[in-house]
Design a protein around this ligand. Structure first.
Ligand code: NAP
Length: 475
């Protein structure tokens, strides 16, 4: 599959090369996986022209046909799970078994939105006088641009393309230049599924230039972005001149709260599940671990026992559970957060150093407090900073003490406590007694500096639709 997409972009149903190229490196050993085009301005314009032309017929394609094509695409994705996963591991570094799970998880979004395509429901109501009907209908918003990050290159691609296509929108996707091949592989399968030319386009190149062109083109009516808060804010600003509809899925700073009555093994596996996927490079990863004083030591000791046994290495090797961070910059950032915490009084329980290259040992810190940078910043690494707490109100206040508002987690067997926290935690997502909260059915959405817009659920498709109100009077 890689040999069919290497060095190419997918525009208007064609696989096109370019004058300039960008190398993609394997984070496990720095070797070159391949090259992708650094598109020029003319090609970006060609992609927008193509999507715009395709939009005119795609929006009139009946919902059952959009559903059929999406389901065909999903079948092809699942049939090619092993090959896509291999590409994903090569460019991102995550263990192959985890990459396979990502493909299966992500394909579920295609299935989900295939069904949503046929379930868009408008309303008809009596008007304000006899003989008048008020119709509220939904129409596709138009050409969509999507920009995705490197941490879940398959999942982020499918979470954006599927609802856009289901809604009747053509799309231009720009994946991260660190991991572009997963999205290109998915485009190859979309072509095989039979989507009309120009409906799905994937382009690669200088992010700032591409972002500027996509934001400033009036024909692009919607921008769906997943990435850092800083870039999200920049795109928000750059989209103002064309008043695009936006979805911004940005960074997080998730609290993970374990009460004294929680089932400790459930909480531990929730933390492992939430924290160690993608080596901790996850927007919903537990970032601040609040442990009730009564169970703090027991929890930390058990976690240390597990961390010391984890196999770290090249994601292609059998049995590896944690792969490398995406690049050296990510390693430096994680280590500087650990250093800052240690300088301010934290205790290093385990880890805190690299094995080799971009492989960071899973790290546990205790005695952490609010004055450390690690409390406010997204860590994006397998580092677990622990904070002790004693009361419900205290932990709610401390958990909410962040500008982010994406995910949060609570572990308790007391329903009064869990319902109070579910109500008072100022986050778009609350996991109660679970560390695995991402699926196609739930409404994945942040608030505050974590952005806005829903992915997944019955609401996700509405991000790509606009209302039309028709007032009909009998004459
Ligand atoms: P990033 O630096 O913001 O990059 C995200 C995407 O934006 C990449 O495709 C990047 O391209 C592109 N980009 C960079 N500069 C741009 C510009 N000036 N104009 C237009 N596009 C630009 O974020 P990242 O480091 O890849 O991803 C990590 C961040 O994503 C974390 O903060 C994480 O929490 C967040 N995230 C959020 C969610 C969510 O659902 N809320 C999910 C996953 C990740 P290049 O990579 O090619 O430069």
């Amino acid at each position: 599959m890689l040999n069919k997409i290497e060095g190419k972009n997918f525009i208007n149903g064609e696989w096109l090369g370019a004058d300039e190229y960008i190398s993609v490196k394997n984070p496990a050993d720095g070797s070159i996986v391949g090259e992708v085009p650094d598109v020029d301005d003319e090609t970006i314009l060609y992609a927008i022209d193509s999507a715009h032309t395709a939009q005119n017929s795609w929006k009139n394609t009946i919902a059952s046909e959009r559903c059929r094509l999406l389901r065909k695409w999903k079948e092809l994705i699942l049939e090619n799970t092993d090959e896509i996963a291999k590409i994903l591991t090569l460019e991102n570094g995550k263990p192959l078994s985890e990459a396979k799970r990502e493909v299966v998880y992500a394909a579920d979004f295609v299935e989900w939105f295939a069904h949503q395509a046929t379930g868009i429901i408008g309303t008809s109501r009596d008007g304000v006088k006899p003989g008048q009907k008020i119709l509220t209908e939904y129409e596709p918003i138009g050409v969509v641009a999507a920009i995705t990050p490197w941490n879940f290159p398959v999942a982020m691609t499918l979470r954006k393309i599927s609802p856009a296509l289901a809604a009747g929108c053509s799309i231009i996707l720009k994946p991260s230049d660190l991991t572009p091949f997963s999205a290109l592989a998915l485009a190859l399968l979309a072509q095989q599924a039979g989507f009309p030319d120009g409906v799905v386009n994937v382009i690669t190149g200088d992010a700032a230039r591409l972002g500027e062109k996509l934001c400033s083109d009036f024909r692009v009516r919607k921008l769906s972005f997943t990435g850092s808060t800083n870039i999200g804010k920049l795109l928000y600003k750059n989209s103002s001149s064309t008043l695009k509809k936006l979805s911004l899925e940005l960074g997080g700073n998730a609290p993970f709260i374990v009460f004294e009555d929680a089932d400790i093994e459930t909480a531990i596996s929730g933390l492992i599940m939430g924290k160690l996927r993608a080596a901790g490079q996850v927007c919903i990863a537990p970032n601040r671990i609040f442990l009730h004083s009564a169970i703090h030591d027991k929890f930390v000791n058990r976690l240390k026992e597990i961390f010391l046994k984890l196999k770290i290495g090249n994601g292609m090797e059998e049995g590896v559970e944690i792969g490398p961070l995406i690049n050296q910059k990510a390693v430096t950032k994680a280590l500087s957060l650990v250093r800052d915490a240690l300088d301010k009084g934290a205790n290093l329980v385990c880890g805190g150093e690299i094995v080799t290259g971009c492989l960071l040992k899973p790290t546990i810190l205790t005695d952490c407090h609010e004055n450390m940078s690690i409390f406010q910043e997204e860590i994006f690494a397998p580092v677990v900073p622990c904070y002790k707490f004693d009361s419900v109100d205290e932990v709610i206040e401390r958990a909410n003490n962040t500008d982010y508002g994406l995910a949060s987690y609570v572990f308790t067997s007391n329903v009064n406590i869990s319902s109070k926290l579910a109500e008072r935690l100022d986050f778009g997502i609350v996991g109660v007694n679970t560390g695995f909260i991402s699926n196609s059915i739930g409404a994945f959405a942040g608030r505050k500096n974590s952005g806005f817009g829903v992915e997944g659920s019955h609401l996700g498709i509405y991000e790509f639709l606009q209302t039309k109100y028709v007032c009909v009077e009998r004459v």
